[in-house]
Design a protein. Structure first.
Length: 201
């Protein structure tokens, strides 16, 4: 019940922002001030300001009056809201698939350089270097993301790999091959990397 109310709240905020943006943009295209729009639509100026600032969503008569003055089709406004929401869902799916693929690739690289039966000292050294530089590169591209979010998005593959190797091979094998130290380095850089960059600047 609480979750559905929360989701409804998010949808309402998204819809309010879309309507506010459309009304504001159309008003400016038509060369109207907020005062002129209020006068022509017979709506209080403060109401117009609240709508354009996404503080309230116009409904019923208010929405009809605004759409009439701005010559906006209400059906198009609602359809635009739905298509934008569908695009947001599509973008989230694509981003999720990309993160999954990226995590699998990172797991494969570190695993190949350390856990593989033909791994030698040079490949393990390469694994250690990559376990630092790849996450550091990710951090430089995502400085504004907090450490926990970055670690969960780009490091969940490392965490899953750690658990999987623990179950199949045990801790000693994961540690001796260098896999676990590499995973720990990668996760640490993802979490604390932004602090390293700030200190170096």
């Amino acid at each position: 019940m609480t979750e559905s109310l929360f989701l409804e709240g998010i949808k309402s905020i998204e819809q309010m922002n879309i309507i506010a943006k459309k009304i504001s943009e159309t008003r400016k295209i038509k060369g109207l001030t907020q005062e002129e729009l209020a006068e022509q639509s017979k709506i209080n100026l403060r109401t117009i300001q609240r709508i354009e600032n996404s503080e309230s969503e116009p409904r019923g008569k208010t929405l009809h009056l605004l759409c009439n003055v701005l010559e906006i089709d209400i059906k198009e406004l609602i359809a635009g809201d739905n298509s934008l929401r569908e695009n947001n869902i599509g973008t989230k799916i694509v981003n999720g698939l990309f993160l999954l693929a990226l995590n699998l690739v990172l797991m494969g690289i570190i695993g190949f350089l350390t856990l593989d039966s033909s791994a030698n000292a040079n490949s393990v050294l390469g694994g250690f270097l990559l376990s630092f530089f790849i996450p550091f590169f990710i951090v430089t591209l995502n400085k504004k993301m907090n450490g926990m979010e970055r670690m969960l998005k780009f490091g969940f593959g490392y965490i899953a790999y750690f658990v999987l190797v623990m179950i199949i091979h045990g801790f000693p094998t994961g540690f001796v091959t260098g896999l676990f130290p590499c995973l720990l380095i990668s996760l640490s850089v993802l979490y604390f990397g932004a602090d390293l960059i700030k200190n170096s600047e």
